[in-house]
Structures are given as C-alpha cells and as structure tokens.
Write a protein that binds this ligand. Structure first.
Ligand SMILES: *[C@@H]1O[C@H](CO)[C@@H](O)[C@H](O)[C@H]1NC(C)=O
Length: 356
C-alpha cells in the first residue's frame, strides 16, 4: 500500500535500501549512448556511438542552452503588488517567491509548515529588502483556506498575483493505491487549488479587484502517466479548472494561466527521488536540451506571466520542459540514435524498394 503525501518530486517513499537496489538494477538495464561533437560551429559533425535504444543524447548539447538565472524583468515590475504563493516555503515555490520579491512584490507564502515558511520568509526578505509574510495554511481544508485569506487580507490586502504551486505526489503501482492514498493527493492538488482559487476569486470579485492566477501543474497532466495516477488525474483537473475560469472570469479582471514543468532540479527533491543519480541521467537522456530545468528559470517565466507585461495572456498552457514531452511523444524520435553510416545503409535499402 502506498499512503502518503510530500511535495512534488520529493517523494520516493520506498525504503531507501530497496530503492537503491531497484535503481541499481535499472542502471544495469539502461543503455547509454554517447554523443560527441566533433569540430565546432555550423560544420560540426555529430558522431554518435550507441549501445541500445534508450535515451537521446548524453547531454553535451546543454552547452548550447546555458541557464540564465538572474531576474529577467526590470526592477520594480511588481512594486505595490501583493503575491500569494502556496507551497512557497521550499523548492519551486521558494524560487518564484524570491524572484517576485526581488522585483518589488510584497509576498505572502503559505503551507502547512509554519517554521519552514518563517525561515524562508526571513531569508528572502533579508536578501531582497521586501517584506515576505508567512501564513500557515492547509490548502485541502476549505476552512483553513478561508482563515488564511482572512489573515492575508489584514496583513497585505487581497493579492494581485496568485500562484498555486502546493502539491503532493508519490510513485506507486496503481494496483497498490488505497482510497486514502488517492484522497491524500487529490485533496492537496485538485481540492486545494480549487479552494484557494475559489476563496480568493470570490473575494476579489466582491472587491472588484483584478488578479493574475497561475497554476503549476506538470507535463503529464496532458499525457497522463503510470505510477503517479492520483497526481496525473488531479493535475489534469487543475488544468481544466484554470482553462474554465480563464473563459469565465475574464469579465472580473482575472487571468488564468498554467505552467506545465518538466523535471526541474530542486535541493531536497532529487535527493529522495533519485538517491543514486540514475533517474536524473535517464531524464536528461530524453530532454532534447540536454539538461534539467533550474528553479530560477521557472521563476522568471512565472514572474513574466504574472506581470503586467503579460496582460494579454490568459488561458495559456505553457509546457516548460526542455523538449521532453515532444521527445517522448514522437514515434520516430529514436531515429536520432541512427549513425550517419547507418543512414546511408538505410537510404540504400529504401531506394532499392522503390517501385516494388
Ligand atoms: C476533496 O476531495 C476528496 C476526494 O479526494 C473528497 O473526498 C472531499 O470530500 C473533497 N472536498 C472536501 C471539501 O474536502
């Protein structure tokens, strides 16, 4: 039975020893293909050696795609704005809070763990010089959400920017899912996003105040994914919720957008998801850009979407994954394993079948 919840990607709930053994076995079964760039610039010749069909490239192309981590928007882009970020104490939520705070926003971060929140709030605030408030909130409890919004109203007033980032997830074969396991995840992800969004939405409408709502979901909200079925189902629900409200609440001055991130490396997360580093290698093998995402990169995108530079954007679903989704989806993408010599052979074979 799998019963638990944890922030997205910090969620390998198997016994660590067993996990290690499983991953080692997986490692033995994985075949890696090396890709080497010979020469440079336009005429660089891509030579590859492959020993199997898994994976794309070794990641050396990531040199073409260096992450830029400083804040992208002009300083002061969020002056006099209030931003509310759920799950803002750690990981991606923390990164988004940091960027918004740097850009002038007064931030309110919310999650269940007040001590973690308070520490993050202090750290960010001393770094940026802008106030960050920590408010305890269990998003799956509508009453707690309402109290949290009360508290925010008296601290900062209603927010201009809402980022629904809090989530829970774990990997588990679906035949092992208990109703409680299903509930644990759907409560946080789908109910939680709905409660926060509806509570704030209603109050904002009443006060005739506009706002930008952003939901952080996942690339598999679109495709579905085995072994994370409650998360996939709930995230798909969040996508539907935000697309629906983008249509309905524009008339109240509200925008709704969605970021579907691929694998982004966060500190606590990968240490538990991927103790041996095997998953990380495997992930990178299917990302055309050749590397994982960085929290600061999604923070810049989230800041842009939430800013007045993006007031024309609503109902958008932005996949942010280094190309992972399309690489996994395309039926013929494994052909990037084929060497130039093999292509020549194949071309000759194809030509010889013409007219037959
Ligand atoms: C939230 O979702 C769960 C299903 O996962 C449901 O049992 C519950 O009643 C929902 N609503 C509330 C108010 O908790």
């Amino acid at each position: 039975m799998c019963v638990s919840s944890a922030p997205v990607f910090s969620l390998f709930l198997f016994d660590p020893l067993k996990t290690h053994q499983t991953l080692s076995k997986m490692a033995a079964g994985l075949f890696w293909r090396k890709v080497e760039f010979v020469g440079a610039g336009k005429s660089s010749v891509l030579r590859s050696w492959f020993h199997g069909s898994a994976g794309l490239q070794s990641g050396s192309q990531s040199g073409f795609f260096p992450p830029v981590e400083g804040a992208m928007l002009p300083k002061g882009s969020f002056d006099n704005k209030v931003a509310f970020i759920t799950g803002g104490g750690t990981g991606l939520g923390r990164a988004m809070t940091t960027t918004l705070s740097q850009l002038g926003a007064q931030c309110v971060i919310a999650s269940r763990k007040l001590d973690v929140l308070q520490q993050t709030a202090e750290e960010i605030s001393s770094q940026t010089g802008n106030k960050v408030h920590a408010v305890q909130c269990d998003v799956k409890d509508p009453q707690a959400v309402s109290q949290c919004v009360d508290q925010m109203e008296s601290l900062t007033g209603l927010p201009d920017v809402i980022i629904n980032n809090a989530a829970g997830n774990f990997v588990c074969p679906s035949e092992g899912l208990s109703p409680n396991a299903w509930r644990a995840i759907t409560d946080i992800v789908l109910n939680g996003t709905a409660f926060v969004t509806l509570e704030l939405g209603k109050r904002l409408i009443q006060k005739q105040k506009g706002a930008s709502f952003l939901a952080i979901t996942t690339i598999y909200a679109e495709s579905g994914s085995g072994f994370v079925v409650p998360s996939a189902s709930a995230k798909a629900g969040v996508d539907a919720l935000y697309k629906s409200l983008a249509a309905e609440w524009g008339r109240y001055g509200h925008r709704f957008n969605i970021i579907q991130p691929g694998p982004i490396k966060t500190k606590g997360a990968f240490s538990r998801l991927d103790p041996t580093g095997v998953f990380e290698k495997e992930m990178i093998g299917r990302i055309p850009v050749g590397r994982l995402g960085r929290p600061a990169e999604i923070a810049n995108l989230a800041a842009y979407i939430s800013s007045d530079f993006a007031t024309w954007m609503s109902g958008a679903v932005i996949r942010f994954d280094g190309g992972e989704y399309v690489w996994m989806a395309g039926e013929f993408n494994h052909l990037c394993c084929v060497t130039p010599e093999q292509w020549k052979t194949m071309e000759a074979m194809i030509r010889s079948t013409k007219g037959s």
